[in-house]
Design a protein around this ligand. Structure first.
Ligand code: AMP
Ligand code: MG
Length: 339
């Protein structure tokens, strides 16, 4: 659980304001708690208020569809029945997840839920399971054990399998928010979904949108290690510092599970940020690259035609930044550029 998440629900702030200098520009901000994290939506322009309100409704809609913690959610219904004909968002998410599973050789696996439960991440009753329990639970995970027909949307889960779109949901949401924004008369917007940022359109002063990358080594969880300029992009981060518990053995265990071992992923990375036009893909990749470690993450980036950018932070505190970001990022930390 993020250290600074102490309040349970909704802080809504309404901040309409007018900029001077002859141009009337409204800015409207909404903050909500959804998908187990704090989120904020800030819109600029004539219909800023309407757009921000619609964005919040979309976040809430997707939250109630995808939450594994709500019995009534679509995901929970599919999980308890074991089969379903998927349509709409569920179909899209299933297909994006299966694509990510293929692309990352199983490092991203939307059938991870039995392991999340075993480690107590879903109930927040954390515990370190025994080796045998992990072995048993691994029999239930693996997207290769489900059957899915993209023509009909028919999904049949393997025995005791359960889905968890938690590794892709925020990026998918940011992608959907772009669609919401496009139906309003706004100039620009910036959304933070628990630190995962999506920018849209232009900033009122014409300067590029700037996104901070959280310092994984900061104990407050609030300081920034780098900043990048990112127009019309999703900037999505996965890190071991985001959600973790300390076991009775004194070790920390975080929420990104290596599907090949059943344990929290152990790699040389503490944080992975993916910068992409495609939020859902960025989200799945951030989780997968964290599991894969630096070397495999770089290889995947090279093999997939460098179609996104990355900031990988290794345990020694070095930032490894892909070439496309070299003119748009700033940091005071040690960094190297990957080509
Ligand atoms: P993120 O913060 O995007 O890296 O997502 C972490 C969340 O994704 C966890 O809380 C789980 O719900 C889920 N998850 C954990 N490990 C994996 C994995 N290897 N593949 C897919 N989803 C995962
Ligand atoms: Mg992710």
């Amino acid at each position: 659980m993020k250290r600074f998440l102490t309040v349970l629900f909704i802080v809504i702030s309404l901040v309409p304001s007018v900029f001077a200098q002859g141009r009337t520009e409204t800015v409207f901000t909404q903050e909500i708690f959804a998908m187990d994290t704090y989120m904020s939506v800030k819109c600029y322009g004539k219909e800023a208020e309407e757009a921000a309100m619609a964005a919040v409704r979309e976040i809430q809609r997707l939250d109630s569809l995808l939450s594994t913690g709500k019995e009534t959610s679509e995901v929970s219904r599919v999980n308890s029945s074991g089969s379903a004909v998927l349509t709409g968002d569920m179909k899209e998410l299933m297909e994006l997840s299966l694509m990510a599973y293929e692309k990352t050789s199983g490092a991203f696996d939307a059938t991870i839920f039995p392991l999340m439960e075993l480690w107590g991440f879903s109930s927040k009753e954390f515990r370190v399971p025994g080796k045998e329990e992990i072995e048993e639970t691994l029999k239930k995970t693996g997207s290769d054990k489900l059957s899915y027909d993209s023509e009909s949307g028919k999904l049949v889960l393997g025995e005791s399998q359960r889905l968890d779109f938690g590794g892709i949901a925020k990026g998918y949401t940011s992608m959907k928010l772009k669609e919401v924004f496009s139906s309003f008369d706004i100039d620009g917007a910036i959304v933070s979904l628990g630190g995962n940022v999506q920018t849209y359109g232009a900033k009122p002063d014409g300067s590029p949108w700037r996104c901070g990358i959280q310092d994984p080594f900061s104990s407050s969880g609030q300081s920034v290690i780098a900043a990048i300029e990112a127009d019309n992009l999703a900037v999505i981060t996965s890190g071991s510092y985001e959600r973790f518990f300390t076991g009775e053995d004194g070790k920390t265990y975080h929420h990104i599970i290596d599907p090949s071992t059943g344990y929290p992923a152990e790699s040389d990375l503490v944080s992975v940020t993916i910068v992409s036009k495609n939020g859902a893909e960025a989200d799945a990749l951030s989780t997968a690259c964290f599991v894969m470690g630096k070397e495999k993450a770089v290889k995947l980036w090279q093999d997939s035609g460098r179609e996104y950018e990355m900031i990988l932070i290794t345990k020694d505190g070095t930032l490894h930044i892909t070439g496309g970001l070299k003119d748009s990022f700033q940091t005071n930390s040690k960094f190297e550029i990957i080509y």
